[in-house]
Design a protein around this ligand. Sequence first.
Ligand code: HEC
Length: 142
Amino acid sequence: MNKLAGLTNTSYRRGLAFFALAFVMTWSTWGAAQVAPGNPQNGKVLYEKHCLQCHGQNGDGQGPDMKFLKVQPANFHSLTSRSKTDEELMTIITFGAIFSPMHGWADRLTEDERWDVLRYIRLLAPFNPMAFQSPRLDRLEG
Ligand code: HEC
């Protein structure tokens, strides 16, 4: 009886160890796959040179040139912007937003530079997937 309990306990522990190992391995692979491209330090330099005048020092869309624009620069801190994926924002940075002063940057910045600047924007205002589920918050935000 006692012996049997001991056995079960050992195989239970082995099973647990196996799952723990499998978990750690899966998790670390997932973590490695999640490393986001782009260098935010370089992005900051590019941002201040090319984007700040419209999008503002902190990315709130209050840059000095905003007063000349009919379509207001995006506020990267808004839930609308924060809920967009990197890929969605990269598409806008690359090709621009139609009928707006936000032109595409594909001809001025290399792909790496566009990732750098996006990484900096994400540092100012991190991706927030929760915003997908909160359309009401978005409306409250104005
Ligand atoms: C002349 C002003 C101006 C400059 C310079 C500018 N933008 Fe924009 N940007 C805008 C405007 C205006 C919008 C909003 C477009 C719309 O709402 O249709 C916008 C939108 C965006 C968006 C989309 C945000 C969203 O939530 O959809 C991103 C990303 C963006 N800009 C990145 C950049 C980057 C990176 C740079 C510099 C390389 C830059 N912008 C330079 C005016 C500018």
